[in-house]
Ligand binder design. Structure first.
Ligand code: ADP
Length: 629
């Protein structure tokens, strides 16, 4: 399986990232630009408002200054001495007196100059009569204020004094006598103190005449400059009027950048570093002037920059937070997907394992089935084998039985034939002997069949207290005909020992064991059988040992000798039932029969039986005989 937990990575998203970054930058730039322009608008609005108020204040101040002097020439014109002098221009005494009067008045009112002109424009008396460049005797008829006064109006004019070279504002008023204009009285106001009182840190102020020439300004370098280039004819006219003396009246290098509202706009004066200004103006209709306030915009830029930087930082923080949030969300998504994938893989693995287990289970079941079949096959084979073994056993047994029975039967027949022949010859004694033989043989046959019956019987006979010495000696007695050359080592115990057993059956067992031993020692050079009796330390068991010096029992046969019909003897010598019957008898009497080989050779059979207590009833050998089958 090639599936992995990370088969689907966020590569698409990463590929899209440069686009996202570009978009973000664009949005950020746009937002910052918006913030900048919003801040600029706000700051400019604020400045506009405050500057407008400032401007208003300056205009009022200027107007106040002018109005203060406006009435003065009118008052002077009504003075009779002026009329008198104009009517008598050669009266030198009056001229002198008027010069003094005008000088005094000039000082008192704070005007720059006060003087009297005749109808030709010739100055006939002046406050500055005693100075180096007195006006007296000079003709100013070219001045528009004079011409205006001569037309009967209050003449107003701003100009650079031709004699004094000082900027001044002129008021001229006609001097009348009987409705005839004799001349004009003029006062000149000094504009310098007004200009000086206007010093302002943030703003520049300027006052322009109707031609746009700056004549009052807080910035000295702008003085007598124009706001826009003057047309040649205008320039000629101004030169002719000698209004601004020999000043060149160059135009200021102004770029108008933006118009805000009616009387406000943003300009740049390309002078030196080139400052930006917010310009607002107000006109003074009487004087025909325009007063302008120029507010420096340096601070505005720094304020905008501050706002933009602040907004930028804010935006950056928001973006960072956003990125952080997105990454966190992505991480969570990734984690969830990872877990989901892990779960799926786990399920797949569990599924595979379950499948494997199921397959293994099926295989196991099949194997078990196979084993069962094999087992039943084996069982069947075994049963068949057992069956064959049984058949073989039955065959072996029948052969044994028929052999055992055929021998006496043949003998009986020959004894019977002998008896018949002897009877015919009337040899009665011999007939009797033969009959006795026949009788004994039938007895033997009865014994054989009784042995078979005993084999079939399951329970032991009635048990009683049996003397070990008695039962051993009885058995030896029964076998006496077979003992012959064999040496029997038998020493009865000093204290009589008793066991709880069936006397006849015990005797059968002992006859069988001693009989087997007799057969075993048959070929020994010095045949001997040792019979020993002992009692266990707890006196509960009495053991009888029958030891011979025959060939012993091969080790591999030790376990088989107790099997029914197992025999190593030749045909007719044994049925192979003796030990198996003996074993059953001893078992039924709660005893134990074991076989082993002597260290010196020969077999050793041990017969252990429960010891009888004195309460158990005694059985005697005679009784046994009568009870025997
Ligand atoms: P049988 O005597 O008819 O063969 P048993 O059951 O009495 O039947 O004995 C079984 C076998 O045990 C004998 O064939 C013999 O091989 C062996 N056996 C029994 N007793 C002895 C003995 N004392 N020495 C050697 N072999 C013995």
């Amino acid at each position: 399986m090639t599936q992995t937990l990370f088969s689907e990575t966020g590569s698409n998203r990463w590929r899209q990232r440069p686009k996202m970054v570009l978009l973000l930058l664009f949005v950020m730039a746009f937002a910052l630009w918006q913030v900048g322009s919003w801040k600029r608008e706000a700051v400019l609005d604020e400045l506009e408002e405050s500057s407008r108020q400032e401007l208003r204040r300056y205009v009022l101040h200027l107007q106040g200054q002018l109005e203060k002097y406006e009435f003065l020439p009118g008052v002077l014109a009504s003075n009779k001495s002026l009329v008198h002098l104009l009517l008598n221009p050669d009266d030198s005494e009056s001229i002198e007196a008027l010069n003094l009067y005008l000088e005094t008045l000039n000082k008192l009112t704070g005007t720059l100059d006060t003087y009297l002109m005749d109808a030709e424009g010739l100055t006939i008396a002046a406050s500055n009569w005693a100075t180096e460049k007195p006006f007296v005797g000079r003709n100013f008829s070219y001045r528009p204020y004079f011409q205006e006064a001569m037309r009967g109006h209050l003449g107003r004019y701003f100009a650079l004094g031709t004699a004094s070279n000082k900027r001044g504002y002129y008021f001229a008023y006609p001097v009348r006598s009987e409705n005839r204009i004799l001349g004009a009285v003029v006062i000149k106001i000094n504009m310098t103190p007004i200009e000086e009182s206007w010093k302002d840190a943030q703003n520049e102020l300027l006052v322009t005449d109707p031609d746009g020439v700056v004549f009052i300004t807080t910035n000295k370098s702008w003085r007598f400059k124009t706001l826009s280039p003057l047309a040649p004819e205008v320039q000629t006219r101004i030169r002719k009027s000698r209004r601004y003396g020999d000043e060149m009246l160059e135009s200021l290098p102004i770029s108008k950048l933006e118009t805000r509202g009616q009387n406000a706009h943003v300009i740049r004066i390309n002078e030196g570093r080139g400052y930006y200004y917010l310009v607002q103006e107000e006109s003074m209709s009487h004087a025909g002037w325009r007063v302008q306030i120029l507010t420096r915009l340096d601070n505005v830029n720094s304020k905008i920059l501050n706002a933009v930087v602040f907004a930028g930082l804010f935006f950056l923080a928001v973006v960072l937070l956003l990125i952080f949030w997105i990454q966190r969300r992505n991480r969570l998504h990734e984690k969830a997907r990872f877990e989901q994938r892990a779960k799926e893989l786990l399920e797949i693995r569990v599924g595979e394992q379950t499948r494997d287990i199921t397959e293994a289970n099926v295989r196991l079941t099949q194997e078990i089935e196979q084993h069962r079949r094999t087992e039943s096959e084996l069982q069947r084979t075994q049963n068949e084998l057992i069956q064959s073994a049984k058949l073989a056993l039955i065959g072996q047994m029948s052969t044994g039985i028929s052999h055992e029975l055929n021998q006496p039967l043949a003998a009986i027949r020959s004894y019977a034939d002998n008896a018949l022949a002897l009877y015919r010859r009337d040899r009665r004694n011999e007939v009797e002997w033969n009959l006795v033989q026949i009788s004994e043989l039938t007895e033997r046959m009865a014994q054989i069949s009784s042995q078979l019956k005993l084999f079939a019987r399951k329970t032991a006979g009635k048990k009683s207290r049996v003397s070990v010495t008695a039962v051993i000696e009885e058995s030896l007695q029964l076998l006496s005909s077979r003992i012959l050359q064999t040496r029997i080592e038998w020493k009865p115990p000093e204290e009589p020992l008793y066991v709880l057993a069936n006397m006849v059956q015990l005797e059968q067992v002992l006859v069988n064991l001693i009989g087997n031993a007799l057969q075993a020692v048959d070929t020994s050079p010095d045949p001997a059988i040792v019979i020993e009796v002992s009692v266990s330390s707890d006196a509960k068991t009495v053991s009888m040992q029958i030891r011979d010096n025959g060939e012993g029992i091969p080790d591999n046969l030790l376990v088989r000798i107790f099997d029914p019909f197992f025999t190593t003897k030749e045909e007719g010598q044994g049925l192979g039932l003796g030990l198996s019957i003996s074993m059953r008898i001893v078992d039924a009497m709660d005893g134990k029969l074991t076989a082993q080989n002597n260290a010196s050779g020969g077999a050793l059979f041990t017969l252990a039986l429960p010891a009888a207590s004195s309460e158990d009833s005694m059985v005697f050998a005679d009784q046994v005989r009568t009870e025997a089958p």
